[in-house]
Design a protein around this ligand. Structure first.
Ligand code: PDD
Length: 285
């Protein structure tokens, strides 16, 4: 089956899905994106992803490519055309096509591209083993709250983790962890508090983060939204990450040292189970 890709109103076979060389997303990373989970053919927390998309667009004075209603209809059609039961939907909005010039063009139609990826997001083998993570300096720009496609620094970070035999990297600024290369980062302290960095321009406000922190509070777990240090990781009982593609994923080793007993911890596992069990309630379409 040939994968269909959405490009500005058309559903095209992937080999025919093309954008202009002059697209500002290609030339300047002048584009924003969202990745949402598909479970049972439905998009999870899609409304929250669309709200974050609207915020990213507004922070960059970029026009929405179409109404939310049209966007949702196109998402739905794409998932159906590709017969995706479990996986991801990627969407990207760029400022569109204009002759190369740093200033925003006076007139350009923003472009919308979407594709799906079929993936086993629930049965990820890493859930049983947990992830190995290394620390790297956070060399990204200062507006990480905007979900732009300018992702070279996280790509370099992820590759340095792979080169070191690890799964991912946590980025460190002024002695404190900001987030993972494409996920939010958490520890569970010796006194069972879940600690994750507070929101701000330094990190992305994860949709999974919002959901998971709510579940944690409902489960009577104490949540502290505060930046943590590498020493705190060394003394943590557990650690984990969250993202739309990994849900809640345990971290068992940091910079070569085991966290706790080096196995996925009970709180990470509990939060992952709640996230999956409640996903259908949060299926927006
Ligand atoms: N990344 N922080 C960063 C830097 C991210 O890139 C992501 C998501 C998150 C988690 O956000 P959410 O829970 O909304 O997925 C945090 C996506 C999955 C990606 O780039 O593929």
């Amino acid at each position: 089956m040939i994968r269909m890709v959405y490009v500005n109103g058309d559903f095209l076979a992937e080999q025919d899905a093309k954008i202009s060389v002059f697209d500002r997303g290609f030339l300047f990373a002048d584009a924003v994106y969202e990745v949402s989970t598909i479970l049972d053919g439905k998009l999870i927390d899609n409304n929250a992803h669309l709200r974050r998309l609207a915020r990213s667009l507004s922070e960059l004075s970029m026009a929405a490519p179409c109404s939310d209603k049209e966007l949702v209809a196109a998402q739905q059609k794409l998932v159906e055309l590709n017969g995706v039961n479990e996986g991801l939907l990627y969407l990207q909005v760029s400022r569109g096509v204009a002759d190369r010039d740093f200033g925003y063009p006076a007139h350009s139609d923003s472009s919308l591209v979407m594709f799906t990826q079929t993936k086993n997001v629930i049965d990820n083998p890493k859930v049983k083993t947990g992830l190995k993570v290394i620390s790297i300096p956070d060399i990204r720009w200062e507006r990480r709250d905007i979900k732009t496609v300018g992702l070279l620094a996280p790509c370099m970070g992820k590759q340095s983790a792979i080169d070191a035999g690890a799964d991912d990297a946590w980025m460190v600024q002024d002695g404190h962890v900001t987030e993972g290369t494409s996920n939010n980062a958490y520890i569970v302290t010796a006194d069972n508090k879940i600690k994750t960095r507070q929101l701000g321009n330094e990190i992305l406000s994860g949709i999974t983060r919002t959901a998971v922190l709510k579940f944690a509070k409902q489960a009577q777990l104490e949540v502290v939204e505060e930046a943590f240090t590498l020493d705190e990781i060394a003394n943590a009982k557990e650690a984990f990450i969250t993202s739309a593609s990994l849900f809640v994923m345990p971290v068992v080793n940091f910079d070569g040292k085991d966290i706790g007993d080096g196995k996925p911890g009970p709180i990470s596992q509990q939060l992952r189970e709640i996230y999956i069990a409640t996903a259908q309630e949060r299926a927006d379409l």
